[in-house]
Design a protein around this ligand. Structure first.
Ligand code: ATR
Length: 508
């Protein structure tokens, strides 16, 4: 957290020309605090104008000329880089805003004349070191190497290749010296270090103007607008209570942070949900505990892995055999499942019904999500057919509720026809590729078809069903309603209407 209030954002500009960079900066000016010119991305002819950038930007500027070996685009030699730095720092102006506020110099680039110019004319040196593959053996030694000068800003960038590596970094960051610095874990495993940079004493979070079509400056960057609008950078502070979304890398496209953080904002809750991509549930829980988190949303594929870690299991967790919500109770974790209720509410609303007795439904899948669907359909009185690729899993789920079951292939065609008032797609098929798990089935047009996937917003199955005249629904509303249930558990109060009102955003 910076000393002067809200977390700071540094926008990284990777445009080919100074003009392009300034044009994009204008769109973000009200919400960013610093601007980094990645001069290594400029066309060679534009490099002659880097001295003019701070005056045009009118924000504290950081000059970076990132070498190829450090993940940048600069391919010329160190002599050329030296001349460029010298050019950028030359002819300092009395108005400090017209000079670079910072210059990013790597640990192995120690050039006395450049350092002297910086000290004399008030440009602070960011002393950076990049571990591009993985993390250092000894963080203390790596940090000491870049933190020798009190007036410099040490910047350590690591690139964890697993959640276990990120945890090692996080443990060190939590006890790192308290001074102005930048401690960053790149890539998907490191995004907590970007979203919570303010929590770890980093002076700012680097961000890329992705929504403006500019190339991402480094892996793991968010767009500044998302930091402001989804991660509430204008509201969070030292007292903010943290919640995690624990899942695999696919959670990076989840809308849960968008929904919950909008609800927290609307209700004036000093709380934040951050996505935590991990390799195992145990790693996700360890990160949550290291952050002092109050709760978590659990998603694919950890809804069953979480069970042994629970001190309390709600009735739905016991019945479904899966948990999607953690709530801290003292030193222990209580587990709940809001999926069945979320599905039930969205399905009944979609069908305009209160009850499903007399309806026949097909459930495709027998994993964690399908288990919640089966419970909800059973409770509402529907008679169901379970289809699954792995016969055994389908059979085990169906037997619990006295449902029919079959293999997920064309042999099930006639059965689907019989159980076709409602068809619920609850596998992951269609999420990453245009695939349809029941491509062998021809829709009659009378089926109500529900695909739990909401990203993409219309899977091939839904497109096909819609073309045949069926009513179709994706999983967005279910996501909203199960999230509303999570809010109620975390905050111990009724969820705001926003969960029912927010339309599926364009970016999803
Ligand atoms: P979730 O929590 O999203 O339900 P899960 O518990 O891993 O995740 O379950 C995934 C479901 O998708 C299972 O029904 C799985 O079928 P299997 O039991 O045969 O594994 C189904 N699934 C995943 N990939 C599939 C594929 N390519 N074809 C058919 N079914 C698939």
């Amino acid at each position: 957290m910076s000393k002067t209030g809200k977390p700071k954002i540094c926008i990284c500009l990777t445009g080919k020309t100074i003009e392009e960079n300034i044009r994009i900066l204008e769109r973000y000016r009200p919400i960013v605090d610093y601007v980094e010119l990645r001069a290594d991305c400029l066309e060679p002819s534009e490099r002659f104008y880097i001295r003019s950038f701070p005056e045009k930007a009118q924000l504290p500027c950081i000059l970076t000329i990132r070498r190829k070996q450090d993940g940048g685009n600069f391919e010329d030699g160190e002599g050329v880089r030296l001349v460029l730095f010298a050019k950028a720092l030359s002819f300092p102006k009395p108005d400090a805003k017209a000079n670079y506020a910072f210059v990013d110099l790597e640990d192995d680039f120690r050039i006395p004349v450049i350092e002297e110019a910086c000290h004399t004319f008030g440009t602070r040196i960011i002393r950076s070191h990049y571990f591009h593959n993985g993390i250092p053996e000894n963080f203390d030694a790596a940090y000491e190497q870049i933190a020798q000068e009190d007036d410099e800003v040490p910047k350590l960038v690591v690139n964890p290749q697993s959640s276990a590596e990120f945890i090692r970094f996080l443990k060190w960051v939590i006890r790192a010296p308290r001074r102005e610095h930048l401690l960053i874990a790149a890539g998907a495993y490191g995004i907590v270090s970007r979203l919570l940079a303010w929590r770890f004493g980093s002076m700012w979070t680097y961000a890329s103007p992705l929504h403006s079509g500019m190339e991402i400056a480094a892996s793991g960057h968010f767009d500044p607008l998302d930091l402001r609008n989804i991660y509430n950078f204008d509201l969070v502070n030292e007292g903010t209570e943290l919640y995690s979304l624990i899942g695999q890398h696919s959670i990076l496209s989840s809308l849960s942070p968008y929904l919950h953080n909008k609800a927290f904002r609307e209700m004036g809750k000093n709380a934040l949900l951050v996505p935590t991509p991990v390799d195992s549930f145990a790693d996700g829980l360890e990160i949550l505990e290291l952050l002092g988190g109050k709760g978590a949303a659990i998603t694919v594929p950890f809804k069953e892995d979480v069970l042994p870690f629970l001190a309390f299991h709600s009735t739905d967790v016991k019945r479904i055999g899966a948990c999607n919500t953690l709530v801290r109770r003292g030193d222990a974790w209580a587990g709940y499942n809001t999926d069945a209720d979320g599905f039930e509410r969205s399905l009944l609303e979609f069908l305009g019904k209160q009850d499903l007795s007399g309806s026949r439904a097909t459930i495709i899948g027998a994993g964690g999500a399908a288990k919640s669907i089966a419970l909800a359909l059973f409770r509402k009185g529907a008679r169901c057919l379970v289809l699954n690729r792995t016969y055994r899993a389908g059979r085990d789920l169906a037997r619990k509720y006295n449902f029919l079951y079959s293999h997920l292939d064309d042999r099930a065609n006639d059965l689907i026809s019989e159980y076709s008032d409602i068809i619920v797609q609850a596998t992951s098929v269609g999420m990453r590729e245009e695939l349809d798990p029941i491509s062998f089935y021809e829709f009659k047009g009378s089926e109500a078809v529900f695909d739990l996937i909401y990203h993409p917003s219309k899977t091939l199955l839904l497109k096909r069903a819609e073309e045949a005249g069926c009513r179709v629904l994706n999983g967005y509303k279910m996501l909203c309603y199960q999230a509303a249930g999570q809010y109620k558990l975390w905050m111990d109060e009724p969820p705001p209407d926003i969960y029912a009102q927010l339309e599926q955003p364009q970016f999803s």
